[in-house]
Design a protein around this ligand. Structure first.
Ligand SMILES: *Cc1c(COP(=O)(O)O)cnc(C)c1O
Length: 391
């Protein structure tokens, strides 16, 4: 699949160009190497828990008046979400490059935990930059990373959240590129990161295609994934992009309202610009200043989206929609009660969109939703905020 080239690029300070070019060369060698792919496949299969099941959810489908509906179960992976696919891929690559130290940034802590896990498994040193505001909000993940042997560095600059942590991680990488790899957590950032993360996550669509065909003999009619930076969505869509008969929808965080500072729907309120090394869609004001964002789900709460999605939005191949915090919470409760599957709040956005559109589809159609992660990490938020049980 060839993507339009206007989005993406390498908008970085000169000092990062050499590390990026080295990474690009090593990645191109690794992706063509059978031994690298075999080693990664073995890790995914025997350590992370791939292939993940494709589960038909009949009671949920009946409750929302849907045709046959399947969930791709990334929630069942080790550490509870798709992020481990990318963390293992990048850490294995770093090890092959002779690096001994991994730098990561994290917002909610999920990518930090996945990276600390991969580092423990592969015997690599791990440093995770995290905004001090996020550290206070996500204490259990900070504890987990430290237990796993990672050093968690508090970032006090700026708003002391994810985008400030990214800046610190890039600064560290530019100073320690000789022994360190920067493990970026989504399909974002300067080339080759978006392409590399997409490749590591595309195992999701490869499996989905085979599994759905074996189970039903059909191709999906509609596929839905939530979009933060965009890694689970691009991985879930990748092997279906060429088949124009498959409708693809990415769901962003509509938050409280589509008004400045109250959401993270880049395609509803954003415009093209540069953030963290690439040209893409982001939420910015008339002066190009990055806007604050809000979402009930920390993983979708980010001002920029990966450049592949910007291109797929402009070409029209993928449609981007948004659902509100309240709608996502409703889907969270419904799936939990109907199926005994507690979804992440991020994934609940994709489920909520399925609830909206499923009745419009014919009985012989098939809908597949990517369940990007499990909701254990969100339980405190749900319970503390006394969200109604909508069932
Ligand atoms: C981090 C996360 C996301 C958002 O990240 P993407 O790169 O857009 O996939 C979605 N779901 C879960 C469960 C996450 O942990």
């Amino acid at each position: 699949m060839v993507y339009p080239h206007s989005f993406g690029g390498q908008f970085v300070p000169e000092i990062l160009m050499t590390p990026l070019l080295r990474l690009q060369q090593s990645w191109e060698k690794a992706r063509a190497s059978n031994t690298f792919q075999e080693e990664l496949d073995a890790l995914l299969r025997h350590y992370a828990g791939r292939p993940t099941p494709l589960t038909e959810v009949k009671r949920f489908a009946a409750a929302i008046d849907s045709p046959r509906l399947f969930l791709k179960r990334e929630d069942l992976l080790h550490t509870g979400a798709h992020k481990i696919n990318n963390a293992l891929g990048q850490c294995l690559l770093a090890k092959q490059m002779g690096k001994t130290r991994i730098i990561a940034e994290t917002g909610a802590g999920q990518h930090g935990v996945a990276t600390a896990t991969a580092c423990a498994r592969l015997g690599l040193q791990c440093v995770v930059y995290m905004g001090s505001v996020d550290m206070a909000r996500q204490k259990p993940n900070v504890d987990k990373m430290r237990l796993l042997g990672a050093e968690v560095v508090a970032v006090e600059q700026g708003s002391a959240t994810l985008k400030d942590a990214v800046n610190e991680a890039l600064r560290d990488w530019s100073a320690h590129d000789d022994n360190s790899h920067y493990c970026l957590g989504s399909a974002l950032g300067p080339h080759p990161y978006p392409e590399m993360v997409r490749a590591f996550q595309s195992v999701i669509s490869l499996e989905t295609k085979e599994q759905l065909s074996a189970l039903t003999g059909q191709a999906p009619t509609l596929m839905i994934a939530c979009v933060g930076g965009g890694s689970n969505a691009i991985g879930f869509f990748h092997h279906f992009l060429a088949d124009e008969s498959v409708q693809l929808v990415g769901v962003e965080a509509g938050g409280l309202a589509i008004a400045p500072g109250q959401h993270a729907a880049r395609f509803a309120g954003g415009s093209p610009g540069v953030l963290h090394g690439c040209y893409t869609y982001l939420l910015q004001d008339a002066f190009g200043q990055v806007m604050p964002t809000h979402s009930v789900s920390a993983g979708l709460d980010y001002p920029a989206v990966g450049p592949d999605h910007a291109a797929l939005h402009e070409s029209g191949r993928v449609r981007y929609e948004h659902v509100s915090d309240a709608e996502a919470l409703k889907a969270f409760h419904l799936l939990t009660r109907c199926e005994g599957i507690i979804p992440a709040l991020e994934s609940s956005h994709a489920l909520s969109y399925a609830m909206k559109v499923a009745p419009k589809f014919a009985k012989e159609d098939i809908i597949v939703v990517n369940l990007s992660g499990r909701g254990d990490k969100d339980l405190n938020h749900i319970i503390e905020n006394h969200h109604d049980n909508y069932c």
